[in-house]
Design a protein around this ligand. Structure first.
Ligand code: CP
Length: 316
């Protein structure tokens, strides 16, 4: 594996999931692989899980880790080519990315979308500039349109907890107070489309994901109907793709409740976190045996570790 930006870089999904679960049993089995190797983790946005789990995964593989909050700890970066740099951005990504590449063997980047310019966001402008100029393998720590480490984690978690060969997995939109990116639902859909699951997406009208991400999922605006017989409920808010970045609906009736979980086949409740209690999902669900959000977050380490192992093995 060179870069890790989406499911498209994965050669064999089943093997990747199996190897991740092996790391869960023997975290230090490949500690020699990262000796004298350094990973740089660049965050344009806040993080708890991605930052700590990727750091932990790299340390389990024997790597050195450098973490930087771009813009807060370093210069503001200019991403556009050929501009007169007379604004507040003091350094161009051409130099910044290339310099980071001088210090690191692998580079992780987190950069959220603007939610104002769909074309720029969906062309993955920032991530692609790092791919172009760093000269090192890039691992996405969440980009403008995807969160592949989260989606791999989600698939690992579903593999661990499923009780049938082909479980029914439901991605449900849920209310939120802020306009959020489509990265997590896009990415989750992309991965579920290639996994062996019965995949359903439910959301209010106007929240259709880009067709290249929803793929062959069954889509319904009837949340109760979607929940019937489900084995996994994956809740997430996202802003509109069609009315780009807008909040079209805050109907609290879309919150995941215990009454709705009773429609399922004793489903497990999943969320990537952070989650707003009693907005996205009620306390009773999060605090019940349905919820696997904590072991799900724990699996972030094994997802990152199995990807970093493949990237390390691809280094010269
Ligand atoms: N799920 C997730 O990516 O969490 P953080 O934003 O805290 O990294």
């Amino acid at each position: 594996m060179n870069h890790f930006l989406s499911v498209k870089e994965v050669y064999n999904l089943d093997v990747l999931v199996r190897n991740a679960l092996l790391f869960k049993k023997t975290p230090f089995a490949d500690k020699h692989l990262g000796k004298n190797r350094t990973i740089g983790l660049l965050f344009f946005n806040s993080s708890l899980r991605t930052r700590l789990s990727t750091q932990r995964a790299a340390q389990n593989l024997g790597m050195e880790v450098i973490v930087m909050n771009v813009g807060a700890d370093s210069w503001q970066l200019e991403m556009e080519e050929g501009v007169i740099m007379n604004s507040d951005k003091a350094e161009h990504v051409k130099e910044a990315a290339a310099v980071v590449g001088q210090y690191c063997d692998i580079v992780g980047v987190r950069s959220f979308p603007s939610l104002t310019d769909r074309e720029a966001d969906y062309s993955e402008k920032v991530m692609n500039q790092f791919v172009k100029y760093t000269g090192r393998p890039i691992i996405s720590l969440e980009s403008a349109t995807r969160h592949p480490l989260q989606s791999l984690t989600d698939l690992i978690t579903i593999s661990e907890y499923k009780t049938k060969a082909r479980p029914k997995v439901v991605l449900t939109w849920a209310p939120h107070v802020k306009a959020l990116p489509q990265c997590v639902p896009n990415s989750f859909s992309e991965w579920m489309n290639v996994a062996d699951v019965d995949f359903v997406i439910t959301h209010p009208e106007g929240y259709e994901l880009a067709p290249e991400f929803s793929g062959n999922a069954k889509i319904t605006h009837n949340q109760n109907e979607a929940f019937e017989g489900a084995d996994f409920i994956y809740a997430k808010n996202w802003s509109s793709y069609t009315h780009y970045g807008q909040i079209l609906n805050q109907d609290p009736a879309w919150m995941v409740t215990m009454d709705k979980m009773k429609l399922t086949d004793n489903a497990k409740f999943m969320h990537c976190l952070p989650v707003r209690r009693n907005v996205v999902v009620e306390d009773a669900v999060l605090d019940s045996d349905h919820s696997i959000v904590i072991p799900q977050a724990g699996n972030r380490v094994w997802a990152a570790q199995v990807v970093l192992k493949e990237m390390l093995m691809g280094l010269n």
